[in-house]
Ligand binder design. Structure first.
Ligand code: FES
Ligand SMILES: [Fe+2]
Length: 370
């Protein structure tokens, strides 16, 4: 029943390489400007070329380490502020070393600044963080990832899209567990229009393994919350189905469908450093599309939840400072246990080259009160 939190045992395994991560909201990556970001403790410099395509370079010059963000961006090249070496923004390939004389035959284009695959979806720039490369990097072009960055699922041509983002104190693991923790709702997320502490009741939900994660299967969501009652009435739908998926490394997918209406979101908790992470919620929906204030209202609700979670994590980080013993209990913490097991399975498969062995054997029903 009790289990020590694996996090305590594996302090060096907080961040998973080999995945796409949200780096910055699109609106913060402008043309002709470079912008700093950090992902998995890697300092990055992001920008956009003249066509608007985003790029990401490691924020350190391969010559002598000057942050490239101190330099300037011109003609699709980033120029280092120290000795003026120039790098093509997308490939990182060196194009110019100003100190070379005409008779010096150094192969400039064999040199690369650290560079990362970039994609833009749903208002965010995503960056692929590969496994740490072999030493000698600096002379190799990057290998592009074989998978595309994830997108928020959409179920009709017309929809609205909104996002919100918040920095969270604490390690990515605590941020992710918080995303899937069913028992904190009545205590952290109280609001008269949502639910109160006294509405706590026993729940039972079906879970099943999915590739690289698990799913809380489609069901009619909690009847004790007013918004769902309203939705059912509005959509004139017999049933409302809702699915919540978690997939490695950090993704929570939620889909709600009621007749022809739908709501869909992809929430990620991204490791910035060992002690900081960031939550980004991107939601798309075709409900209430013509109601003028609906997006604002929805954003207000989400912002409120996220802020409640942020405050909670801030307080929790005080308690975690001195590395107390922690425990995870059944069934309410089972999703958290699965997360650690999935992560371990992924790291094992990376280390041994063996196939990923899914730690969840099959469908299971969990019970808790919330
Ligand atoms: S450190 Fe960048 S050009 Fe020398
Ligand atoms: Fe929460």
């Amino acid at each position: 029943m009790f289990e020590e939190s694996p996090q305590r045992k594996t302090p060096d395994s907080l961040m998973l390489h080999g995945f796409w991560y949200r780096a910055l909201p699109s609106e913060r990556v402008r043309r002709n400007r470079i912008q700093k970001a950090i992902l998995l403790e890697i300092p990055l410099v992001l920008g956009r070329d003249r066509q608007g395509r985003p790029f990401a370079l490691q924020d350190a010059c391969p010559h002598r380490g000057m942050p490239l963000s101190c330099g300037r961006f011109e003609n699709n090249q980033v120029e280092c502020s120290y000795h003026g070496w120039r790098f093509e923004a997308h490939s990182g390939q060196c194009k110019l070393i100003p100190s070379l004389t005409a008779d010096q035959k150094l192969n400039v284009d064999r040199i690369y600044a650290g560079n990362y695959a970039c994609e833009e979806h749903d208002g965010f720039v995503w960056v692929f963080i590969p496994e740490p490369g072999p030493s000698g990097a600096g002379f190799t072009p990057r290998a592009d990832p074989s998978i595309a960055a994830p997108e928020v699922p959409k179920f009709s041509d017309k929809f609205k899209l909104a996002f919100l983002t918040s920095d969270l104190p604490g390690s990515v693991d605590h941020g992710i567990i918080g995303l899937m923790d069913p028992a904190h709702g009545p205590f952290v997320h109280q609001a008269w229009w949502w639910r109160s502490r006294s509405s706590i009741h026993e729940k039972q939900k079906a879970f099943e393994p999915i590739p690289m994660g698990f799913r809380m299967s489609a069901h009619t969501p909690s009847s004790n919350s007013a918004p769902y009652k309203l939705l059912k009435l509005y959509a004139d739908a017999d049933s409302i189905t809702s699915t919540i998926d978690f997939t490695l490394p950090n993704r929570r997918w939620e889909t709600i469908r009621a007749g022809k209406y739908w709501f869909s979101s992809l929430t990620t908790v991204t490791p910035i450093t060992r002690r900081h992470c960031r939550i980004d919620v991107v939601a798309a929906w075709n409900l209430f599309r013509w109601v003028p204030l609906a997006p604002e209202l929805l954003k207000f609700v989400f912002a409120k939840f996220v802020e409640q979670d942020r405050k909670t994590m801030q307080l929790q980080s005080e308690g975690l400072k001195h590395n107390p013993h922690l425990m995870l209990i059944d069934d309410a913490d089972r999703p958290a246990k699965w997360y650690f097991q999935l992560k371990q399975a992924w790291m094992d498969s990376r280390a041994t080259g063996a196939e990923f062995r899914h730690p969840i054997p099959g469908p299971v029903t969990l019970k808790w009160r919330s």
